[in-house]
Design a protein around this ligand. Structure first.
Ligand code: ATP
Ligand code: MG
Length: 717
């Protein structure tokens, strides 16, 4: 017919156009970062609507995050203009599943207003299930671990009766499956679903009610999936069921950006696609529209070091642009300071803050950077997670310190009186409250009083007495102990650190790192009061919406996003790649780290800066760190090594050419362990003795440090 000129197709290259216009049958777009995969999906939605092939409500589009879903909604709305017929079903696997489940809740033993449980509630419930068993040592088998085991099963689409019997042993000597079953029953009684249930119950709905499945198969004649490489088995099954009848399924993905293997995602889904959807049209996009030549060269060169790849070419017609800038800092604090300066300078030249992002490997790295931003008054937002001081473990730790410093802080008291668990029930806490209110005294004082009476049962009385004794003892030590040391003692003696050490869940390690980072950061303040004052000021900085702000997030949260300028701090062995990946015997962990690095590099449009620090405090101790092996995997001609900051000039680290620096650093990680250990010890010794690098004063004095030592080692060998 005489279709109106489709302006939304303008500017697409022939391959993109093909992926958009092949509306019937399965389509797989397998292409690298920035080649327009997401753009193909949005345009495809517009095309389906504009050509009348589908009504908006007949389209289902799956994104990886809610933020991505919102952005796609905006892009589609802009493309299709004022179509009044509503919008496609657009969201994450979880949000779409929730929507479907609410419509058919009774078929999966829920009612339409069922509750979606957060992590906290989920853990509380699991704890009850474990306790009800009566025979499980909770210290040995914490609820968090069970949560991890159950999540894993749910990610694989396994209801309790489908879990292979051999896997029961993964928790409490063979009790895993039974506990899983009881937990599911408890959820049903509570009319609740946890996150993993959303998918699992939707799968069950589809399997057990073919009529319902068919109604959705008929409804969603067109399905689209972004970030396909990170789907897990349950999600894959979900897609396959829905797409099976009409199979107008378009998936876009990039095996080089698969970064959720640890959460059950399977790159194999890409390979499975062609098998399960025979006749699938596979489209490859090779032109990158996002990044300049040097940035793309850096990303391609790096990822070529992975063996497990499907392999693809990427090219850009863009100019080479500025080279990737590599800067070594003396320590992580200087790194944060230099990044802050860089951002201010770019901002001063008219660049928007919202077009700059700092991407870190682990969330604990954010603390120093956030502190720096606050000092500079740089507006920033943390994407995909709470800001450092708002994390649960940090708030707990701060509550301990506040109560020690300020015994009348009732909020702090309430937060920690039963964290870690001291066997205090609501009734006990209520008694404390009543007395505190009646006598108009703070909770801590009420507690001190009540343990001398018989108002409390012996067990809680004992626990509270011990708690009060500890708080008093720490309070006495305020003047006697360095405050960071005091904090370490408080966290250790209270059992708080141990609580997370025993915890086997995936995020426990990160929380311990955050706690260490918190204690570490205290050393920058003269005393506990000054530190607490600082924290309350930092926490008071309001986020506010819509303003021009720098984005701060983990690399994992950055998937699919793009920024003019990207800062990648902390490229050091043991941090990035992570120590865990280095300790692993196979290559899988290291390759996933490298894909993560690749995701980071490919977020940048015009400017990319990579940073490493020669010293980083790990577990409160200064360590001389070696630059990441990923740095050596960057192509020399696309990288500019920044003239090392002042302190290096006196230390024989004057080289500004990549090869000069790459040589000593490049051999760092292949240096025999004993040499490394020696270098580290010497670095610490020198460091401790000279006391430089605390970051307070200037760096005018030439300093010698581990960088020089590494150079000497290399020179000798
Ligand atoms: P990622 O793998 O990182 O998710 P992607 O393949 O989804 O990347 P997009 O985000 O869709 O890539 O596109 C990257 C950038 O290139 C966007 O700014 C997009 O608008 C632009 N772009 C894509 N295709 C074209 C084109 N044909 N002409 C001009 N710009 C384009
Ligand atoms: Mg994308």
């Amino acid at each position: 017919g005489a279709a109106p000129r489709a302006t939304y197709l303008d500017g697409l290259n022939p391959e993109q156009r093909e992926a958009v216009e092949t509306t019937e049958g399965p389509v797989l777009v397998l292409a690298g970062a920035g080649t327009g995969k997401t753009r193909v999906l949005t345009t495809r939605i517009a095309h389906l609507i504009a050509t009348g092939k589908a009504r908006p409500s007949g389209i289902l589009a799956v994104t990886f995050t809610n933020k991505a879903a919102r952005e796609m909604k905006e892009r589609v709305a802009a493309l299709v203009g004022g179509v009044a017929e509503g919008m496609p079903w657009l969201g994450t696997f979880h949000s779409i599943s929730a929507k479907i489940l609410r419509r058919h809740a009774e078929l999966v033993d829920l009612t339409s207003d069922f509750t979606i449980l957060g992590m906290d509630d989920q853990l509380r419930l699991l704890k009850q299930v474990i306790q009800a068993d009566g025979d499980i040592d909770e210290k040995r088998w914490p609820a968090r671990q069970l949560a991890g085991v159950i999540d894993d099963w749910k990610n694989r689409g396994l209801e309790p009766h489908r879990v292979p019997k051999g896997e029961a042993a993964s928790f409490a000597f063979g009790k895993g499956i039974a506990l899983y079953e009881q937990y599911q029953e408890r959820l049903k009684t509570l009319n609740a679903a946890d996150f993993g249930d959303l998918l699992l119950e939707a799968l069950r709905l589809f399997r057990e009610h073919p009529d319902v499945l068919e109604s959705y198969q008929d409804r969603f004649r067109y399905m689209l999936v972004d970030e396909y490489q990170d789907t897990n088995v349950a999600q894959y099954l979900w897609l396959r069921l829905l797409a099976q009848k009409r199979a107008n399924l378009a998936c876009v993905g990039d095996d080089d950006q698969s970064i959720y293997g640890w959460r059950g995602a399977e790159v194999d889904n890409i390979l499975r696609f062609e098998h399960d959807f025979p006749g699938a049209k596979v489209v490859r996009l090779e032109r990158n529209y996002r990044s300049t030549g040097h940035i793309l060269a850096a990303a391609s060169h790096l990822i070529a070091h992975n063996e497990g790849r499907l392999g693809k070419t990427l090219r850009t017609d863009d100019e080479p642009g500025e080279k990737v800038i590599l800067t070594g800092a003396w320590d992580s604090e200087e790194e944060a300071r230099l990044i802050g300066e860089e951002i201010e300078s770019l901002h001063g030249k008219g660049h928007n803050l919202s077009q700059m992002a700092v991407l870190v490997r682990i969330s604990a790295q954010m603390r120093e950077i956030e502190d720096r931003f606050v000092q500079l008054g740089l507006p920033y937002r943390v994407i995909g997670g709470p800001r450092f001081y708002e994390r649960a473990e940090i708030r707990d730790a701060l509550a301990y310190l506040r109560l020690v410093a300020q015994p009348a802080d009732d909020l702090a008291f309430e937060r920690i009186i039963n964290t870690p668990k001291r066997g205090l029930g609501d009734a006990t806490v209520q008694i404390l409250h009543n007395h505190s209110r009646a006598a108009r005294i703070p909770l801590l004082q009420a507690a001190r009083f009540l343990v001398e009476t018989d108002e409390l049962k012996p067990k809680p009385r004992g626990a509270i007495r011990e708690f009060v004794r500890q708080i008093d003892e720490w309070a006495k030590a305020i003047d006697a102990l360095p405050h960071a040391e005091l904090a370490r003692r408080v966290l250790d003696e209270s059992g708080y650190t141990e609580m997370w050490q025993r915890d086997k869940s995936a995020d426990a390690q990160g929380r311990l790192e955050n706690l260490k980072e918190l204690v570490r950061s205290m050393e920058d303040f003269p005393d506990l009061a000054a530190f607490l004052e600082h924290v309350s000021l930092v926490m008071d900085v309001n986020e506010g919406e819509g303003e021009d702000k720098v984005s701060l997030m983990t690399l994992h949260a950055a998937k699919g996003l793009e920024f003019d300028t990207v800062f990648l701090p902390g490229w050091e062995e043991g941090l990035f790649p992570s120590q865990r990946a280095l300790d692993e015997s196979g290559r899988a962990g290291l390759e996933e780290e490298r894909r993560l690095a690749h995701v980071g590099l490919t977020r940048a449009r015009r400017r990319l800066m990579i940073w490493f620090a020669a010293n980083r405090r790990i577990h409160g101790m200064w360590n001389a760190t070696a630059p990441s092996r990923f740095i050596d995997e960057l192509p020399e001609r696309s990288v500019d090594v920044r003239e090392a900051p002042a302190q290096f000039s006196g230390g024989g680290y004057g080289g500004s050419r990549f090869d000069q620096i790459a040589a000593p650093f490049g051999s760092t990680y292949s240096t025999p362990g004993w040499q490394r250990a020696q270098a580290n010890t010497r670095a610490q010794a020198e460091f401790g003795a000279s006391g430089v690098g605390r970051g307070r004063g200037g760096f005018s004095e030439p300093r010698r440090g581990p960088l020089v030592i590494e150079g000497e080692l290399v020179a000798k060998s």
